[in-house]
Design a protein around this ligand. Structure first.
Ligand code: 0X9
Ligand code: ZN
Length: 411
């Protein structure tokens, strides 16, 4: 009876999931004029811009619903805009991912990087580490999410006297970017469980890592809508929940590249820091701002290492340092078998968008070294198959090593 009930509940949950059947992803490579023409489709029902290139020559990936497809193809042809179909049906990818997630063993076993973990599993792992490595690991809840989930920062510190420089890392402010929490988890795994090999990274530097900055959205992207990006809070428009967490930080808030309209993907919120998740991270960073020397926020996708500013095309005075350190991190990624990162300020290398956590950390918290890592892979986009997690995270850990070494040697 209980099983039947469970099946019924699960059935309802599964049935309620958003289907992307027939949604295609088209990759266009527009000229500046063509990009301007394409922008009219952004935020239209049936269209989702997966990225929005600023750099001339960069790709733009657009997801199109089956209803809009024919008309959009005619438009592309009429305007002579070249494209190719990256994915014919994005739902196929979602279903393959589901099958793999379901087939993974739920029997307790060592952490592995061949599956995406759910929020509770991630937190259980952190608790396990705290119990097993009490001299290295402490956990701190920095507050609860909108739906009441504890937001847990793991502090990795080998102790020592006095205040040591620290690195703050978060992932998953955008719900669907699953590789971001996975990468944060891998950094934790390497620093803690493989500390013998990585002790040079923790002997003089402390690490604060928040693997999932938007836990409600993350769970929602697992259970209801794989393409969910925002938080899940109520907005003034019923039926359009959620704020883009990375437009909600209070520094030049909502000036550019953000929307006032709650139904849009880049909705900035009614006011800066309307979102409890952004407030919790802000308060934690401000409380530790003297110690934190470098901030890394993990996103996907596209292979970018971005530094401030996202609100203006002007560069910060120390942009040379930011650029050079990112170049070293990218080189380490290449030496590990990865692609080079595209490096630049957010506005100049990607697009202008204010209210990001990276700008806030530099502009208000005074953490001079602040980066957004848009992790690869550029083909699969948000739905990086779990088989590719391992190579993605191991390669990027070599970049993280470079950031760690830099903080150790310079502070
Ligand atoms: O738009 C974003 O928030 C980030 N790209 S994503 O595709 N992951 O959504 C880029 C953020 C760069 N930083 C700022 N604009 N401040
Ligand atoms: Zn993102």
């Amino acid at each position: 009876m209980r099983l039947l009930l469970l099946a019924a509940v699960l059935g309802i949950a599964l049935a309620a999931r958003v289907s992307y059947d027939g949604h295609k992803v088209l990759r266009v490579n527009p000229t500046d004029d063509q990009l301007a023409l394409l922008m009219q489709f952004k935020n239209r029902p049936g269209f989702s811009f997966r990225n929005e290139p600023r750099r001339t020559g960069a790709n733009l990936d657009i997801m199109v619903s089956p209803e809009q497809h024919a008309a959009f193809l005619s438009f592309l042809k009429e305007k002579n805009i070249g494209f190719h179909v990256l994915f014919d049906n994005i739902q196929t990818l979602i279903e393959a991912e589901d099958r793999r997630q379901r087939s993974m063993s739920k029997v307790p076993r060592a952490i592995s990087f061949d599956q995406y973990y759910r929020y509770d599993e991630i937190n259980s792992y952190l608790e396990e580490l705290a119990a097993k490595y009490p001299n290295l690991v402490t956990l701190e809840s920095i507050g609860k999410s909108y739906e009441g989930r504890d937001m847990v920062v793991i502090k990795i510190s080998s102790g020592g006297s006095g205040t040591r420089p620290a690195i703050l890392i978060d992932g998953g402010i955008h719900a669907r970017e699953w590789i971001a929490p996975a990468t944060a988890l891998y950094v934790i795994y390497q620093l803690v469980e493989n500390n013998a090999a990585n002790s040079a990274l923790t002997d003089a530097v402390d690490w604060y890592i928040l693997p999932v900055l938007n836990p409600d959205g993350y769970e929602y992207s697992h259970t209801a809508d794989r393409m969910w990006r925002k938080t899940v809070s109520v907005t003034p428009i019923s039926g359009c929940p959620g704020v883009d967490g990375n437009r909600n930080f209070g520094f030049h808030w909502n000036e550019v590249g953000a929307s006032d309209y709650p139904c849009y993907e880049d909705y900035a919120g009614e006011v800066a820091f309307s979102e409890i998740e952004a407030r919790n991270l802000r308060d934690f960073a401000l409380a530790n701002k003297e110690q934190i020397k470098l901030y890394l926020t993990f996103h996907s996708y596209g292979g970018y290492l971005l530094y401030p500013w996202g609100y203006t095309s002007e560069l910060p005075p120390d942009w040379h340092t930011l650029q050079e350190l990112a170049a070293d991190a990218s080189l380490a990624h290449v030496n590990a078998g990865g692609n080079p990162f595209i490096i630049g300020s957010s506005t100049n290398a990607l697009y202008a968008a204010a209210g990001g956590s990276d700008d806030y950390m530099k502009g208000v918290a005074g953490i001079e070294l602040s980066y957004t890592a848009e992790l690869t892979n550029t083909y699969y986009g948000f739905q990086l198959p779990a088989e590719l997690i391992n190579e993605t995270v191991t390669r990027f850990f070599e970049s993280v090593r470079v950031f760690g070494r830099y903080v150790k040697e310079n502070f």
